[in-house]
Design a protein around this ligand. Structure first.
Ligand code: NDP
Length: 273
């Protein structure tokens, strides 16, 4: 049976084995998907060993996406732009690297949540790996403008410069943001620690949609604040997780699975209802 795995550290709570098993059942594909906790200094060896044992492909998560980018001998255009790889496919002697995070985000926003990105004013909070993957995918949708704000402003400025050729993108510090955005996307890891990105409350109050890439059983602090401030439409990143997985599955198996039933089942598992 073809085998796949997700590599990360830690990895015990990964939802990817559940998602890919569900995709395999749904599409009638015979495959085995496991989670592998690679030591911080041992990612490359762990992947090579998995491949030597017949592994066909892998997902890669924190903290190994940049290392996976360096490991891949052939890169997709979007992996090259993101400078990070979350999906590997072992093609004979070649290791092909892709990045499906940005496509997963856009698919969740547009197809699952009905957000129109073309012509919209988007604020992206954060300038780490997730933001880097999201920027080219968001710009490809033709927003009126995309502003990147980050705690360390120089990182946002670097990203805005780097992606300037792809569309209307600029950088801002948190403190000087004005309430002029339709969609605010939290791509910081602040929610992981129960923190909030320090943006003026008026920005969230004036937005039509707030999206947090993080997800969990309870509403994230960012989404809770957006709700308190009157932002009616909100979503967490569970849909992005399922959609990026579907893109990876397509890359490996040549079949696009249906995401809605899997997303629904995962949401029920998370919330217990
Ligand atoms: P990185 O570590 O690469 O980047 C973290 C970013 O968060 C940086 O911009 C950092 O700012 C900022 N940050 C961290 N703490 C705070 C804080 N307290 N206040 C303000 N800004 C802060 O992480 P990733 O980009 O890989 O991931 C970001 C988030 O996206 C995570 O929550 C992750 O779980 C989520 N994610 C979700 C996915 C999904 O499928 N749903 C996929 C990928 C990521 P600075 O530069 O100043 O350090």
């Amino acid at each position: 049976m073809d085998t796949y795995a997700v590599f990360g550290h830690p990895i015990a709570h990964s939802k990817s084995p559940y998602i890919h098993a569900a995709f395999a059942r749904q599409t009638g594909q015979a495959l085995l998907y496991t989670a592998i906790d690679a030591p911080r200094e041992g990612f490359r060896d762990a992947v090579m060993q998995f491949r030597a044992q017949g592994g066909k492909g892998a997902n890669v998560t924190v903290p190994f996406k940049e290392e996976a980018y360096r490991l891949a001998g052939v890169l997709s255009g979007r992996a090259r732009l993101a400078q990070a790889v979350n999906t590997l496919r072992f093609d004979g002697a070649e290791i092909y690297g892709d990045n499906t995070d940005g496509a997963g985000l856009v698919q969740d926003l547009t197809a699952n949540l009905g957000v129109v990105l073309a012509g919209s004013r988007i604020l992206l909070l954060g300038a780490g790996g997730a933001a880097r993957g999201a920027i080219p995918a968001l710009l490809a949708q033709g927003p009126a403008r995309l502003t990147v704000a980050n705690r360390t402003p120089a990182r946002a400025e670097d990203l805005a410069r780097e992606f300037a050729a792809l569309g209307q993108v600029s950088a801002s510090a948190f403190g000087t943001l004005a309430p002029e955005y339709d969609l605010v996307i939290n791509a910081t890891s602040a929610s992981l620690a129960g923190d909030l990105p320090p943006l003026p409350e008026s920005v969230l109050a004036g937005a039509q949609f707030a999206y947090d890439m993080m997800y969990g059983a309870a509403e994230t602090p960012f989404l809770a604040l957006a709700g308190k401030l009157g932002c009616a439409r909100r979503a967490d990143g569970l849909g992005m997780l399922v959609e990026q997985a579907a893109e990876a599955f397509l890359l490996w198996r040549g079949v696009r699975p249906q995401t809605q039933p899997v997303l629904l089942a995962l949401r029920q598992q998370l919330t217990g209802c």
